[in-house]
Design a protein around this ligand. Structure first.
Ligand code: FES
Length: 258
């Protein structure tokens, strides 16, 4: 019987799970901290993607005005808490991330061809891991989020003149940051395995519709690099929050391109 961690591999197989652990753990710590701040998430025409859509809140980006009276005071209030469960659920149940964090967070298995910490294998066919099947529903929500974030990028092109109060077209570094973020999240979302399934056709059969075939081919193309999209969009969304936060705090200045 193999011992836990036993392997014939001679390479540094533990490096990748370790890097994944450091990357994901750092993101979770930062995102949790940022989500509970409840301030410095908007400046000028920019809003942090951690807080968008701002369903209730105090910034001018809020859809339905300030905090609702029914919100329990014991939790404090941060608009991010109303929405972040959806993209968080999308990442948590993502096929790529599952393979990555099963290895790096609970070493089951530690890596390919490295012995596991137990003798039986139940797969994802029983609780709790059967809940990972909710991924397709998180995908539907994630598509809505991508649309909202592109709308935020569009709004980030309209600046208010402080003297006249008139809106005018322009572009700042923040506009590029928010547009890049929406693009990376789009590349991640539309390369999702469930999205391929959604647009591909029918059960065990690809659609004959040329439009559907084209969308399926595009999704498959993004899907080939799904891991890269996953990581780039993860760093992108964190950086977009940091950018808006530091500009809002006056630590960074948003350079205007025109
Ligand atoms: Fe990764 Fe759906 S498989 S987002």
């Amino acid at each position: 019987m193999n011992h836990f961690g036993q392997t014939a591999r001679k390479d540094l197989w533990w490096v990748r799970p370790l890097l994944v652990f450091i990357g994901l753990f750092s993101f979770i710590v930062y995102a949790t901290w940022a989500a509970f701040q409840g301030e410095h998430y908007a400046v000028g025409p920019y809003i942090s993607p951690f807080y968008s859509p701002e369903i209730f809140g105090n910034s001018p980006h809020s859809w339905f005005g300030p905090k609702p009276s029914w919100w329990p005071t014991v939790l404090g209030f941060s608009p991010a808490l109303l929405i972040l469960w959806a993209p968080g659920g999308m990442r948590f149940t993502c096929y790529y991330y599952r393979g990555a964090y099963y290895k790096s967070f609970w070493a089951d298995p530690p890596a390919c061809a490295v012995s596991e910490p137990r003798k039986t294998y139940r797969g994802e066919n029983s609780l709790p891991l059967i809940l990972q099947n909710a991924h397709r529903y998180f995908l539907y929500l994630a598509i809505l989020f991508v649309i909202v974030l592109f709308y935020d990028a569009w709004k980030a092109l309209w600046f208010t003149d402080p003297t006249t109060g008139q809106e005018h077209f322009g572009m700042g570094v923040g506009t590029i940051v928010l547009t890049l973020n929406a693009t990376l999240l789009g590349g991640y979302t539309f390369g999702c395995h469930s999205f391929r399934h959604l647009v591909g056709g029918f059960k065990d059969q690809l659609s004959k519709s040329p439009v559907q075939r084209k969308v399926y081919t595009c999704a498959s193309c993004l899907n080939k690099r799904h891991m890269n999209w996953a990581w780039c969009s993860l760093f992108g969304v964190a950086f977009a929050d940091i950018y808006v936060r530091l500009c809002s705090m006056g630590i960074w200045t948003d350079w205007r391109i025109f």
